[in-house]
Design a protein around this ligand. Sequence first.
Ligand SMILES: C[S@@+](CC[C@H](N)C(=O)[O-])C[C@H]1O[C@@H](n2cnc3c(N)ncnc32)[C@H](O)[C@@H]1O
Length: 241
Amino acid sequence: MKWEPDDFELEKSSVWSFPERGNWATHDSKYRGNCSPYVVRNLLLRYSKEGDWILDQFAGGGTSLVEAKLLGRNAIGTDVNPTALARCKEKIAFEYGDAKIEVREADARALAFVKDSSVDFICTHPPYANIIKYSDGISGDISLLDYGSFLEAMEQVAKEAFRVLKKGKYCAFVIGDIRQKGSVRPLGFDTMRVFEEAGFKLKEIVIKQQHNCKMTHKWEKISIEKNFFLLAHEYIFILKK
Ligand SMILES: C[S@@+](CC[C@H](N)C(=O)[O-])C[C@H]1O[C@@H](n2cnc3c(N)ncnc32)[C@H](O)[C@@H]1O
């Protein structure tokens, strides 16, 4: 097993681009909309240290949990979807170091089992409203909500994130904008505002170029016909409690 990326360097600017998917350890791209392990590695190395407790309340396919394990950070990963949780468990089932990784079925809006001010770093990646629906009707799945209801749900997520994070520590999340009926809706900035309203202070906005998006070929044709730009970037918002 290859445990590390070749020639990894920490990012130095606010624009990130990773043309390679990232094929070390158990990472793969099979979980729809999963995050680049390069993003998570950069964030964990900059905002946490060995032995810290990391929270990913939208754990999905487990990218952050694998990286936490490889980098010696303890982690709690939650998701409302049992398929995601089963995948997380499969992905972290390798012998490496001694970090503790907990995988739990829980709603990011209600993490009662996580104590106040107990988490050292939040590194997460919510759905982008209902652009990808992660289930057919799991109660609590916020990827089934329309734009306005999604932002309301994220208010609760942000409050809960603020509660569990230690003072002075950081919360980072990856999110993208969406296009509806021909117009861009700034989901990234709207969600960032929700976190600010919950008490966080904005530290960084990183623009991440998207590569190899599924559906790109179909949308390329439509974008030319209808004269709009394909969205090819996401944001990483980093906020401080
Ligand atoms: C963008 S994916 C995360 C992908 C992950 N970063 C990865 O690399 O595999 C978002 C996840 O949020 C989960 N989700 C939706 N609503 C949730 C909620 N209320 N609480 C926790 N997880 C939720 C979905 O099931 C999905 O797995």
